[in-house]
Write a protein that binds this ligand. Structure first.
Ligand code: AMP
Ligand code: MG
Length: 487
């Protein structure tokens, strides 16, 4: 471990100790004219970096890959993935890991550049990224973090002074991503398909040591690892559903072992409540639509379980049964997480069996009247049932009466209930038109103020301040919103 006193880098490279199957050493390709356009100084400080030094000194050079911080041993990771159901050999085609920063509190986090040039895993790609999508990842990942949803985070975006060619020419950019690790379901699929059992076991042991050290003492640590990842993903996907987040590309290479949300390509938040919502332009069959996310999570976890089979026991049949038992538990773990989250959104402290109906009836009414998902819950929180057409409907009036009766049966006061609802129902989400407006100002006009103001509104979603009200308005646009992958 090398401690660089000036900028605070304290990098370790534990990933590079894995069998060489799992990565290749590679340096970023230098860029012409790096410029730091956005920098997350709070995050920098929390991981022990000197924000002033980076902002005014070395930041542009380091976050563009032109200068390698002390202690870094840059590498690209190998992984595979089921992309829209089809299995492919992949790897970091446009990402390079500097190493792991050990934070002042002793946490280990990956520091990764996204868009630093070609790697041996680039296949036909240019290894680069364009500015709009990198700023988009910055905004949405930071919003997710503020919403209390486990996620990778964004430390910095630099422009490269070079352009990238997509549908047309765009300014090139590099995002620095901070993650508790970049281990994916697809990393295990890679190990299971192209490695020996010993190599796969090294990966699993490393993962347990890094993320779930408490499992080392378990009778069957690999089975415990499977259980843990199932729990983490069930909890994560429930959180997505509760805020209306649609990931958009839940391929197995985009599902982490740590339980953090990763890969902000075509994701977006739902405005009008519609379970069939799809934003991604390439998801023509709606595989990753809102209502499908929980079951796709289960499908991906089954692929994870398959990869672990050789480690679960010597008897193949027995290993399969163990894995199947765990996988079949996922649905109910997910559902319990979701239902409890919905109870909190409705200010319910205890459990009644009729709660399921109460929740599903509300969702049905929202769907019928095309109500804004986020704003309905905010209106219920503050007992201000106006502005939304649904509130005048006989179905809602009837529902509201049942909800009020349900609330009266619990012992907690109205103040306590309001507090619970305020902290469970965000005032703001990154509305698509607001995100687009911020990106346009930055990319087209070099004006980052719109984005800074948006980031500020999104930074405390449960504060419910006056300043947030303008960011809570849904778009007046009637055409469906479209998002794009791999840009
Ligand atoms: P994603 O859709 O972002 O999850 O990426 C899927 C795979 O394509 C990963 O292996 C990426 O590294 C790779 N990839 C995406 N964009 C590029 C690019 N511009 N150049 C090289 N590889 C890329
Ligand atoms: Mg990906």
């Amino acid at each position: 471990m090398t401690k660089n006193k000036i900028t605070g880098w304290n990098l370790d490279n534990s990933y590079a100790e894995l069998p060489t199957l799992f990565f290749l050493n590679i340096l970023p390709t230098s860029v012409n004219e790096p410029k730091l356009v956005i920098f997350n100084d709070q995050l920098a400080e929390s991981i022990g970096l000197d924000r002033e030094e980076l902002q005014n000194g070395d930041g542009a050079a380091i976050f563009s890959g032109n200068k390698i911080p002390k202690g870094a041993a840059p590498l690209a990771q190998a992984y595979a993935g089921h992309q829209f159901g089809y299995f492919n050999r992949l790897g970091d085609g446009r990402a390079i890991l500097f190493g792991e920063q050990i934070t002042p509190k002793g946490r280990r986090v990956d520091v990764q550049l996204k868009g630093p040039g070609r790697t041996p895993y680039s296949r036909g790609g240019d290894g680069r990224a364009s500015l709009g999508p990198m700023l988009r990842e910055y905004i949405i990942s930071e919003a997710m973090h503020a919403l209390g949803i486990p996620t990778t985070r964004s430390l910095a975006v630099v422009t490269t002074g070079e352009s990238v060619i997509r549908e047309k020419e765009f300014p090139g950019a590099i995002l620095t991503r901070i993650a508790s690790s970049h281990l994916r379901v697809g990393t295990f699929q890679y190990g299971a398909n192209w490695g020996t059992v010993d190599e796969l076991r090294s990966l699993a042991d490393y993962t347990i040591r890094r993320h779930y050290p408490e499992l080392e003492m378990q009778e069957n640590p690999y089975l415990s690892l499977l259980q843990k990842v199932i729990e983490q993903q069930a909890s994560l996907i429930a959180k997505w559903q509760l805020v209306g987040f649609i990931h958009g590309v839940m391929n197995t290479d985009n599902m982490t072992i740590s339980g953090q949300t990763i890969d902000y390509g075509p994701c977006a938040f739902m405005d009008v409540y519609n379970p069939d919502t799809v934003f991604s332009s390439i998801d023509r069959e709606g595989r990753y639509r809102y209502s499908n996310q929980p079951s796709i999570g289960g499908w991906n976890l089954a692929r994870f379980a398959e990869s672990l089979l050789p480690l679960l026991g010597d008897d193949e049949q027995k290993a399969l049964e163990l894995a199947q038992t765990e996988i079949s538990a996922y649905g109910s773990i997910y559902y319990a997480n979701w239902l409890n989250g919905m109870r909190r959104k409705l200010g319910l402290f205890n459990e009644e069996t009729a709660d399921e109906d109460l929740v599903s009836n509300l969702l049905k009414i929202m769907e019928k009247y095309r109500a804004d998902y986020t704003n309905v819950f905010v209106a219920l929180t503050f007992a201000e049932q106006k502005d939304i057409a649904m509130f005048k409907s006989p179905e809602f009036v009837q529902w509201h009466k049942l909800w009020q009766e349900r609330i009266k049966r619990q012992k907690e006061s109205d103040e306590e209930r309001t507090l619970l609802m305020k902290s469970s129902n965000p005032a703001v989400i990154p509305r698509n038109h607001r995100v687009e407006e911020a990106l346009e100002a930055a990319v087209e006009r070099g004006d980052y103020n719109v984005m800074e103001r948006l980031l500020n509104a999104l930074s405390k979603p449960y504060a419910h301040t006056k300043e947030q009200i303008e960011y809570a308005q849904p778009s007046k646009e009637t055409l469906p919103y479209r998002t794009y992958c791999g840009t």
